[in-house]
Design a binder for this molecule. Structure first.
Ligand code: NAD
Length: 327
């Protein structure tokens, strides 16, 4: 079992939940992050003797060289995440998501790091009529997905004599995290419907796939602890077959919790994000025995608790939205 883990992007939405879960399971955690969305979310971890934080940019190779010393595994989450921000800063997206990944993979091999988990996305499938599996053709419709596909190739084709790489293609996450994101569909729709008592949904028949952030974290740890032969050079879709929904279906589920809200659905697209995909999660279930514990309904209840109790006092604060990093 890998015990000292480097998490790149460990101050992020997934990274802070992963950190807290790993510390609870007695891992030693080292994080590198340049705090694009601030550092408040990591404050509680700084008290833990098993936690080490390095503020820095993964594009700095000299720094990376030091950061990968003396660790058993890497979970590589740091990235410019999502299609809107990647299209605003395409050069940075390529440097971080592709070039820095290449350096990290090389350094992992050189330092004989045993495991390497790469955070990828089901966005790589783009648009497809049939249900997609890990074998399906990739059809990226954004620079974000293009950079992630390049990252996957680097990770899977790198020197794996000592380092066993695994690619995880996460569905769209939902749920609470100390580094909150209100730009993820379920979180965003729940917030808007609760605050405005009204929601307009575009591309109503477009399928997306969803997974709770706690379930993402569970899978990452399962991969780190799995038999090497099960995960080495493998790609897994991470989610659940029952969690493929159209946008309209998601909005209808949220409306059940906020019946007084008005729902307006439209067929057309306003933001140019043309992804529509249904994903098969048979492989992750069969090989790792992973099944999501969180339904969409449970995630919405959790989110409404956060909003209604004002645990996050100003959910409209730009820092909860990816584009704030470039403003
Ligand atoms: N959240 C999702 O729905 C989802 C879905 C599929 C895949 N993913 C992947 O999971 C990973 C984590 O996503 P997230 O939702 O936690 O996003 P996030 O933006 O909250 O986290 C990314 C973290 O990386 C850090 N970072 C960015 N550039 C950096 C750099 N140059 N040097 C050091 N740190 C840097 C940011 O400060 C941030 O803390 C990403 O690789 C993303 O592509 C996320």
């Amino acid at each position: 079992m890998s015990k000292k883990i480097l998490i790149t992007g460990g101050a992020g939405y997934i990274g802070t939940i992963l950190t807290s879960s790993m510390l609870r399971q007695n891992y030693k955690v080292r994080v590198i992050d340049n705090l694009l969305y601030g550092g408040e979310a990591i404050l509680p971890f700084l008290l833990d003797k098993n936690y080490e934080f390095i503020k820095g940019d993964i594009r700095e190779k000299d720094l990376l060289e030091k950061v990968v010393q003396d660790i058993d595994g890497i979970v590589h989450l740091a990235a410019i995440v999502g299609f809107p921000i990647c299209s605003v800063i395409p050069d940075v997206a390529l440097e971080v998501n592709v070039e820095a990944t290449k350096n990290l993979v090389e350094l992992a091999a050189k330092n004989k790091v045993k495991r390497f988990v790469f955070a990828s996305t089901y966005s790589n499938y783009g648009v497809a009529d049939d249900i997609v599996t890990e074998e399906s053709l990739l059809n990226p419709v954004s620079l974000y997905a293009e950079t992630k596909i390049k990252g996957e190739k680097i990770v899977l084709e790198g020197d794996n004599t000592n380092t066993k790489p695994t690619v995880l293609r996460f569905a769209t996450a939902f749920g609470f995290s100390p580094r909150m994101r209100f730009d993820l569909i379920i979180n965003q729709f729940t917030l808007e419907m609760e605050l405005n008592k009204k929601l307009e949904v575009y591309q109503k028949n477009y399928y997306r796939s969803y997974v709770h952030v706690q379930d993402i974290v569970k899978t990452i740890i399962m991969v780190l602890e799995a038999e090497e032969s099960l995960v080495s050079r493998q790609i897994f879709n991470v989610g659940g077959n029952e969690l493929n929904y159209t946008k309209e279906e998601i909005a209808m589920i949220i409306k059940r919790f906020i019946p007084e809200a008005k729902l307006i659905v439209k067929d057309y697209s306003i933001d140019g994000d043309m992804r529509s995909i249904r994903v098969s999660y048979d492989k992750v279930k069969k090989v790792l025995g992973f099944k999501p514990s969180w339904s969409v309904e449970k995630g919405i209840e959790e989110m409404l608790g956060i909003i209604r109790n004002k645990i996050i006092s100003n959910p409209k604060d730009p820092r909860y939205y990816q584009l704030s990093a470039v403003k």
